[in-house]
Design a protein around this ligand. Structure first.
Ligand SMILES: *Cc1c(COP(=O)(O)O)cnc(C)c1O
Length: 405
């Protein structure tokens, strides 16, 4: 929650602000404070007819992904009350973040997707302001980005926003043949490191050999915390992370890390510059500080203790579900992205009497509402639950399987 108290204090020390700036009615500070107080405790979602739910899925954008840590909310609340120069804040926060994650340079973006667009833009334009204005029209710029076929994914659209063409390759010789005077960048999808034929270290080596910048999209790949420096140290020129997934910063924030010259070029393609491809990707002071505070909190946290808590939640859910005859549960941890415990439930619908889609629907429509991962099987993600919610999910799963409600 935003700190209303601080807002109210601020208001009460400025008795005539409402009177001077208010629309029409001349309100005293006290009157204005009363108006704000009337909003305290308002149930906005209820008013709007929106039903919140227990997140038993994970950091899905359509489910609003993650809840910010209190440190991020505090920083947002602090920032909201001041004016600063946006570029100065970008510089200072970028430097602080770079030192925290041992990168040469860093910038806060509006999510990993915007980091991909701005990073690509920086690679294409360098610090040429004329080119910044022209993008996505690639006049006098390189036009191609090499990617392994097995690394194509929906988010590569964020790179294609810059007008470049993706050139697909599968093997090392193919990649080397694909490098031409038109090659701007080489894009890597971290989650598919083991799927493509060219693994990360080899990909970086090839980039350096041919003098082509490499970009690694590791958006969903913390935990483990070491990933925040692993890939820049490996030699990727640019690496991005989502701010609102495992880091639990603002959902509209992300990190672009990497080479100083490329981050400086990416910055030129972003606000406060108005004539740039990234103008619609504005990070204001609130998200900037919120992101920094969330990152600091993430680096300080006891990761082993957190993992034990996630393991225990998964076990609670497994025990409860498998107490129903015929229901089986398997705990698994995805290799790269979303590297935290999940519980996959399986059963014979003919014996247990419900289909997976029934379970998903009954959980969603029940009290409280619970959302598991979307899909044709029932998979529970435990890391975005609030403390204690694992027990509620465990109980509800059992009730649903036993068809009590
Ligand atoms: C979530 C995700 C993105 C987009 O991240 P945002 O922070 O929501 O912009 C990009 N790439 C991958 C692999 C992702 O998982």
């Amino acid at each position: 929650m935003w700190s209303r108290r601080r807002f109210l204090e601020g208001i009460s020390t400025l008795p005539l602000v409402g009177g001077i700036l208010g629309s029409g009615a001349l309100l005293t500070g006290a009157e204005q404070a009363r108006n704000v107080a009337a909003n305290v405790g308002r149930d906005y979602f209820k008013e709007l007819g929106i039903r919140p739910f227990i997140n038993a899925a994970g950091t899905f954008t359509d489910m609003t992904a993650s809840l910010m840590v209190p440190e991020a909310m505090e920083a947002i609340d602090y920032a909201a009350d001041h004016f600063v120069m946006l570029s100065e804040l970008h510089d200072a926060v970028g430097q602080r973040i770079a030192s925290l994650v041992q990168a040469d340079a860093a910038m806060v973006t509006t999510g990993a997707a915007s980091a991909m667009t701005l990073g690509t833009a920086g690679v294409l334009t360098g610090t040429d302001r004329q080119k910044v204005m022209l993008l996505p029209n690639l006049v006098d710029m390189k036009t191609e980005v090499i990617i392994q076929k097995a690394h194509r994914f929906g988010y590569d659209h964020a790179v294609r926003n810059c007008g470049v063409r993706l050139v697909e390759v599968e093997t090392v010789p193919e990649l080397e043949r694909a490098v031409t005077w038109h090659t701007a960048m080489m894009l890597f999808y971290n989650n598919n490191n083991l799927v493509g034929q060219i693994p990360d270290v080899e990909f970086v080596r090839l980039g350096k050999k041919h003098g082509i910048p490499t970009f690694n999209d590791a958006a969903a790949d913390v935990p483990p915390v070491e990933n925040l420096w692993k890939y820049t140290k490996m030699g990727f020129d640019l690496v991005c992370f989502s701010g609102g997934k495992g880091l639990r910063g603002p959902q509209s924030a992300g990190l672009l890390l990497g080479r100083k010259d490329l981050i400086a070029a990416a910055r030129l393609n972003a606000p406060p510059n108005g004539d740039a491809i990234g103008r619609g990707m504005k990070v204001n002071k609130e998200e900037m500080l919120g992101m920094l505070a969330a990152l600091e909190a993430y680096l300080k946290k006891d990761h082993a203790a957190e993992r034990r808590e996630f393991d225990s939640r998964a076990e609670t859910i497994k025990q409860s579900a498998t107490a129903v005859p015929g229901v089986e549960a398997e705990i698994f941890v995805p290799e790269v992205a979303n590297h935290v415990p999940h519980v996959r439930l399986s059963w014979d619908p003919a014996k247990v009497g419900v289909q997976p889609e029934d379970v998903i629907r009954l959980l969603r429509d029940g009290e409280p509402s619970i959302r598991v991962r979307p899909g044709s099987e029932v998979v529970v993600g435990v890391w975005m639950m609030r403390p204690g919610e694992d027990k509620i999910v465990a109980r509800r799963l059992r009730e649903v399987f036993e068809r009590k409600s």
